[in-house]
Write a protein that binds this ligand. Structure first.
Ligand code: GLY
Length: 369
């Protein structure tokens, strides 16, 4: 069976595979058939990592039954960000260690960003690096988290503080998984699609404006195209700069504001993508104030974000009753791990596909909060 695919060739990788193959499927049945086809024998060493919610989906249940018959090991982690801990990474490592698996074993992440980040971290550590494949099941992981080799887990209150760069050799995409997402999860992922379109794809940006109804209705044909465009656009960036020294930093458009909001509101209160959407509006307001973009582009982005129901106000309702909300946001921005000491670095835009990275004075940031 021939499916559409794209091969990502990394310019340099610190650790792990030098290529990632992205394969796109219309149905999960085709995806799972192709997955099993990639293993030559029934008794290969495989650890499948998923979460309790995904494991209950009908298609996934039969996939896991088949996996058990083929003697794959299955690790099921409780759902949610609070379980993104090193203890759970160790549960995955322990499963492979207790079975005596070699470094040729394959860790397979079946889930959203929490599962794929942790499973990829386990794979990168296991005997100095095992095989890794990812089956992303959320829009956020299909458009962003699963691509480009970032691995990690949280440490206390610090998000993604422990991690490595370790790309998957195969990533399997299918929009059918998106039918099962809650509205909150779906719109959280859609914000990353909007971000990628603003950065790298005028056509996708236009599609997000013109096909609003179909996108809201989760039309599988449109989502298939959107996922393919987003994942390929991101791939073309990370293949040049996997370790985020240069061009990959652009992918943080909206994220300095978003991480600050998530931290001030309390982790988990605002879904990551909704914080990113708000961050996109703040980044555009800042771009306008600093004279980088014109009012037309700022308004075009605001209209798109409003159309999908995201918050574009200077201070979101969730934190508007906090005393000194804007001071606390700026304080949180100073902690962003991507900053250089003493500076707050922002990704701003002049227009679609026209991006710049600059350090901004805190007084200017106050004006957009
Ligand atoms: N999520 C941004 C990146 O992968 O670099």
């Amino acid at each position: 069976m021939e499916n559409e695919s794209f091969t990502l060739n990394f310019k340099s990788v610190p650790h792990g595979t030098e290529t990632s193959k992205l394969i796109y499927f219309k149905t999960t049945q085709d995806l799972f058939d192709c997955f099993w086809h990639s293993f030559r024998r029934n008794f290969e060493e495989i650890v499948i990592v998923t979460d309790e919610k995904i494991a209950e989906l009908n298609d996934v249940k039969s996939f896991l039954e088949e996996a058990r018959k083929k003697h794959a090991e299955i690790v099921t982690i409780p759902t949610g960000e609070k379980n993104k801990t090193f203890d759970n990474v160790f549960v995955m490592l322990n499963k492979a260690l207790s079975k005596g698996f070699s470094r040729k074993c394959t860790f397979v992440a079946l889930g959203g960003g929490v599962i794929s980040d942790m499973c990829a971290l386990a794979s990168s550590l296991y005997k100095r690096g095992a095989q890794l494949q990812i089956i992303p099941t959320t829009l956020l992981s299909m458009s962003d988290a699963a691509i480009g080799g970032k691995t990690g887990c949280d440490y206390g209150d610090y998000k993604n503080m422990l991690g490595t760069f370790y790309p998957a050799s195969i990533i399997y995409f299918c929009p059918e998984f998106l039918e099962t997402l809650s509205k909150k999860e779906y719109y959280s992922g859609l914000a990353e699609v909007i971000k990628t379109a603003m950065l790298y794809d005028k056509e996708l940006f236009a599609l997000l404006k013109s096909e609003q109804k179909k996108i809201r209705d989760r039309d599988s044909h449109i989502l298939y195209e959107a996922i393919k465009k987003c994942s390929i656009a991101k791939s073309k960036i990370v293949e040049q700069d996997i370790t985020e020294k240069d061009i990959r930093r652009q992918l943080n458009l909206g994220h300095t504001f978003a991480h600050a909001l998530e931290s001030v509101a309390g982790f988990g209160v605002i879904p990551h993508g909704c914080a990113v959407a708000w961050g996109l509006s703040r980044a555009l307001e800042l771009s306008l104030n600093l004279g980088y973009c014109n009012k037309e582009y700022r308004d075009e982005v605001f209209e798109l974000l409003d159309m999908y129901g995201y918050c574009t106000k200077s201070i979101p309702d969730e934190i508007k009753n906090l005393e000194d909300a804007s001071t606390r946001l700026i304080e949180a921005m100073r902690q962003d791990k991507k900053n250089e000491p003493g500076k707050i670095c922002f990704i701003l835009q002049k227009g679609v596909e026209d991006t710049l990275i600059i350090n901004v004075d805190e007084k200017q940031i106050e004006k957009v909060l």
